[in-house]
Design a protein around this ligand. Structure first.
Ligand SMILES: Nc1ncnc2c1ncn2[C@@H]1O[C@H](COP(=O)(O)OP(=O)(O)OP(=O)(O)O)[C@@H](O)[C@H]1O
Ligand SMILES: [Mg+2]
Length: 307
């Protein structure tokens, strides 16, 4: 049975803003979450929803106004637990004049690893995040954003953590890089690690995550397995018929009142259920068109997100 490795209880954070006249802005409002071990948990939300705030609270970089959290059974005030977790900040800060290899060696040193272990681990991790070996001894100030992001990811794994917290791990990466990082995150799960990742790149979340939570203006709006969330908000079995050989106007005459939309792949006809398929096929025949495909309409995460 999976046990919960992150327990967040009623976590709330107010930031104090303004200089002369101070006021409070509630960035996180009573968040409670429980995350099981061995999964990739996606933490979603629009800009400013409070994702980074949540991670910073968990990492103890800022302190909650109220509420508490436990990681691996320890209260987040207990700093010993940091030996067992990894963290990729949203905007990582790097020592510009260190090379990638030196930087990782330095990170490993913080965890107290002896020199031979550090050397091997730095090389293993740089290879693992697919940083071009020719650049391992280049100073970080000469790195592109995508290359830095890889170094940041390598750094988050330096202590072989049980839980990895990633704040926008795909940011700054091109499509190939995103794919590689996606595979890397999936491999973390295969090794038994738990991954807690923030993102607003929904397609990445959709292919990677087991469960997701959606944060809206500091409040938890949805949480659960992706399939369950979809099922909850989806109507009954809507179907999509794709057809070619005719145009929307001609088809409309034979199929009044239907949703018909031209797309680059042909006409898209959305119907309320399977029962209407026969009707659509008959109408298409009359209009001189033919069916290309019929499939259930799956609500994308994007629609769920915008709901
Ligand atoms: N240090 C700060 N002082 C004051 N307000 C802050 C501070 N940091 C964040 N906020 C505010 O808290 C809210 C949540 O910000 P947060 O960075 O957690 O959002 P986010 O979900 O990570 O957004 P993004 O997707 O843009 O990274 C925002 O309204 C932001 O303006
Ligand atoms: Mg953020």
């Amino acid at each position: 049975m999976n046990m919960s490795v992150i327990e967040i209880t009623n976590l709330t954070k107010d930031y104090e803003v303004g200089f002369l006249r101070k006021r409070k802005v509630r960035a996180l409002d009573g968040l409670s979450l429980s995350i099981d071990s061995g999964q990739i948990f996606g933490f979603l939300g629009a800009n400013g929803a409070g994702k980074t705030t949540t991670l910073k609270l968990l990492m103890r970089l800022i302190f909650p106004t109220t509420g508490s959290a436990r990681i691996l059974g320890h209260d987040i005030q207990d700093m010993r637990m940091h030996q067992r977790i990894g963290y990729l900040p949203e905007n990582p800060y790097f020592y510009d004049y260190l090379t990638a290899r030196e930087f990782l060696d330095y990170c490993a040193q913080i965890f107290g690893f002896p020199a031979p272990v550090r050397k091997k681990r730095a090389a293993d991790l740089l290879a693992r995040v697919k940083l071009d070996e020719k650049r391992w001894d280049t100073q970080l100030r000469k790195f592109s954003k995508g290359m830095l992001q890889r170094v940041g990811l390598a750094q988050s794994l330096v202590n072989d953590p049980e839980i990895v917290f990633l704040d926008e791990p795909m940011s700054g990466l091109d499509p190939v890089g995103r794919r590689e990082v996606r595979d890397l995150i999936a491999a973390m799960r295969d090794e038994g690690k738990t991954v807690f990742m923030c993102s607003h790149i929904l397609s990445d979340i959709e292919v990677l995550c087991d469960q997701v939570a959606i944060l809206k203006k500091g409040k938890l709006a949805q949480v659960g397995y992706l399939d369950e969330l979809r099922r909850k908000t989806e109507g009954p079995n809507r179907m999509e018929v794709m057809a070619t050989g005719t145009d929307a106007d001609s088809l409309h005459k034979h199929l009044p009142g239907s949703e018909i939309a031209p797309t680059p792949r042909g006409l898209r006809i959305e119907i309320a259920s399977e029962d209407e398929i026969e009707k659509v096929i008959a109408a298409l025949r009359q209009a001189g068109g033919k069916v290309v495909s019929i499939q259930p309409v799956k609500q994308s995460l994007e629609e769920l997100f915008l709901d």
